[in-house]
Design a protein around this ligand. Sequence first.
Ligand SMILES: C[S@@+](CC[C@H](N)C(=O)[O-])C[C@H]1O[C@@H](n2cnc3c(N)ncnc32)[C@H](O)[C@@H]1O
Length: 405
Amino acid sequence: MRAWRTEKRFAHLVIFKLLAETKLSASDRAFALDLFYGVLRNSTLLDFWIGRLRTAPVDIDLRDILRLGLYQLFILGTSEHAAVYETVELAQKKHRALINGILRAGLRRKDELRAQGNTQPLDVRTSHPKFLVARWEQNFGAEAAEALCTWNNQAPPLYARINRLKIDCEKFLRTYPESRPLLHNPDFVELDAFPSEALERGHCYIQDPSTAIACQLLDPQPGEKVLDACAAPGGKTSYIAELMRNRGMIVACDRASERVRILEKNMAQLGVRIAHVFHHDWGRGRIPKEIASIAPFDRILIDAPCSNTGVMRRRVDVRWQLKPANFLRMQKQQLEIVRTVFGLLRPSGVLVYSTCSLEPEENEELVRRVLADLSMLRLERTKHSIPFRDYFDGAFAARLMKSGS
Ligand SMILES: C[S@@+](CC[C@H](N)C(=O)[O-])C[C@H]1O[C@@H](n2cnc3c(N)ncnc32)[C@H](O)[C@@H]1O
């Protein structure tokens, strides 16, 4: 918790780096992950309870320890004795009596404090920033905002896309009988445990079914030339290659060098033979010569950087990093990428713009601005995945066509 607070890096990078340095058993790793993400998901509510148990200010490191203890006692349901003992052990000797006293008082008042928690406003009850709750209430209505906050606090299921470049769906299900196919998405399976062997063999890729929307709207055909402008780490690039049956050409770009390396590794692992990977930043209208010489493209996917509000049950720390100004700032970046990349599309070509955001500034409003700006583009259709309606991550995709000749 302290590393996350002070290093200001993504939560998953912090915890996986620390876990890599330990020799925990699989079940202890899972427990450590649950504690870490559980505290991040519930920190406002935990602080509300801490405030009821101690009126004097609480030092930030002690607060982390109390959050861990109360999360186990009030939410996770860890055995009381173990939770109190282990939490007290985390503190320096001089603070142990204080932590012990607060946790034991918490245990005595558990029912009363839980009931008080349940009557708090949505931002406290579900631990979301006030401004985000207010924005969602305004954009989606109170009921939907409540459903979304509740959704964001659930542990997400594990989904994988079967990589049909290497194995067909039937054989995959026979080889990995623990995987369960999704009824309306036969390319995807749900799993209970990380499919290490299947991943190693390139038989699947961990991916939420909502990510398929953009590729399906793009509808790439074998033999075509496709630009995947924001491609890393390659979930959609590999799906596009699969839809093209590994025939044609995909130019896959990204500005983040570390992610480009992962993209290259993923393409090799998944047996994608048609992707040409470039490390490139589309900012300030830059188009590299190598890509200009390959253009024009039949289809372009811009899976834009965004606020990630559609994937907050997976990206647990996003809610604590977002600021009200982020949405318009993202829109500016997104518009810049569309304006730069659009010139590489052939007449009558298809451009799909997609995000995993639920915010109108990054989705419908952005598309309106693009259409006003680039009169050669016409909107064909849009598609949304809305977590509390569709029961998958949030996603948005718009299919635009460039006028002919
Ligand atoms: C939503 S992620 C892409 C996910 C990817 N399409 C997939 O399915 O695995 C957005 C990506 O855009 C990249 N990006 C952001 N700004 C960019 C820019 N100006 N030029 C190129 N890539 C950019 C980020 O590094 C990030 O990898």
